[in-house]
Design a protein around this ligand. Structure first.
Ligand code: F6R
Length: 367
């Protein structure tokens, strides 16, 4: 059942080259330069293209996917995006108007907070697009249109393969809107189709790091706290890394935008604090190098996820995890892999049941 893996979580982490491929299959054709999303057609295609605002509504890991999509959609489509915790959105009488499109992101499609939030928004006339994994789930059925993530059943309580599939689908939605609106050049469009098409092979390469990440986990597993830092597209990846560690290893971890560190969290830094930097080569790179120096100056331990060929950070960090190069818009699909593996190995080494962490349920059906 676990396909030879010790845990469902590890199996699902390792399935990702295939599940990402599955979520792109039949939709993205890099050779032809085309993108088709069968579940978003006709009037809904137009509404999305002409959206005045897009609101992502989700919880937990799915909310992190929404945060990344916010950056991608604003960059490519020039439509303002808001990302809302479903529970907060629901209970604060949100302003929803004509031209607003809500994207509800949910692996299970049954998360109560997300479900009631979109029910309420639908009553106010909002258009709902669902990005769900479970076919025929409540959120999928309530949505006007949408795109399934096609990651297959996710058994491990901690979300892994559903997250990367969400990112793949949200990237396709962004590219489609940008193309329809004419906010992307043909050249960049084709380039990003190629980058998305190539990402599952790069994920396969990153998975080979599992043993070396297990060794890093062994070094730091007794730490009391972890800090996770990233900038730009990798900022939500830092949040996701911290969430995974908390869930699976019961170690307190916080994710922050790297630059926010100096506005408070830096007070925590001493020689006992491991700080995980998601620092792949992107337009924020120089800035994050300075943030790493700030941590090292305070004797923090730096574990950095970097791009192949990076020598600067290698010279600064205590441990580096090297992933292939990818465009910054698709890079989170790749840079989250070491986050998942680190949490997994720390949890296993501490002797915990990583498939069923205490106090957590696979789908949260209470508000
Ligand atoms: C994290 C995790 C939870 C879920 C959240 C939303 O590993 O599993 O944070 O992401 O409960 O669940 P869905 O996506 O099913 O709505």
């Amino acid at each position: 059942e676990k396909g030879g893996y010790d845990h469902f979580m590890l199996k699902e982490i390792f399935e990702q080259p295939q599940t990402i491929f599955d979520s792109l299959r039949g939709r993205l054709d890099a050779k032809q330069g085309t993108l088709t999303l069968g579940g978003i057609r006709g009037e809904y295609e137009d509404m999305l293209k002409n959206a005045k605002r897009i609101i992502m509504v989700a919880c937990g890991t799915s909310w992190h996917a929404g945060l990344i999509a916010e950056y991608v959609i604003e960059e490519l489509c020039r439509i303002p995006v808001e990302v809302e915790y479903a529970s907060e959105f629901r209970y604060r009488n949100p302003v929803i108007g004509e031209g607003d499109v809500i994207i509800a992101i949910s692996q299970s499609g049954e998360t109560a907070d997300t479900l009631v939030a979109i029910e309420a928004a639908k009553k106010k006339g909002a258009i709902i697009l669902g990005v769900c994994n479970v076919v025929g789930s409540s959120i999928a059925r309530l949505s006007h249109a949408g795109a399934y993530t096609h990651a297959g059943p996710e058994i491990g309580v901690a979300s892994t393969k559903a997250f990367t599939a969400q990112l793949a689908v949200l990237n396709m939605i962004a590219l489609k809107i940008a193309k329809d609106r004419g906010t992307i050049t043909d050249q960049r469009y084709q380039y990003l189709l190629n980058e998305l098409d190539a990402i599952s092979d790069k994920v396969a390469t990153a998975l080979k790091l599992s043993d070396s990440i297990a060794a890093i986990a062994a070094k730091y597993k007794d730490a009391r706290d972890f800090l996770y830092l990233g900038r730009g597209y990798n900022f939500p990846v830092a949040l996701e890394g911290a969430l995974k560690l908390k869930e699976i290893s019961y170690i307190h971890a916080e994710g922050y935008p790297a630059a926010e560190m100096k506005h408070g969290p830096i007070a925590l830094v001493d020689e006992h604090l491991p700080v995980v930097f998601v620092a792949t080569k992107d337009s924020y790179y120089e800035k994050i190098v300075s943030n790493i120096q700030e941590i090292k100056a305070r004797k923090g331990k730096v574990i950095a996820v970097v791009t192949e060929g990076d020598e600067t950070i290698r010279g600064l960090a205590d441990d580096v995890i090297v992933v292939p190069e990818a465009d910054e818009l698709v890079a989170p699909i790749l840079s989250v892999i070491p986050m998942q593996l680190l949490a997994y190995h720390v949890g296993v080494q501490k002797g915990y049941d990583v498939d069923k962490p205490r106090n957590l349920a696979k789908s949260v059906t209470v508000e």
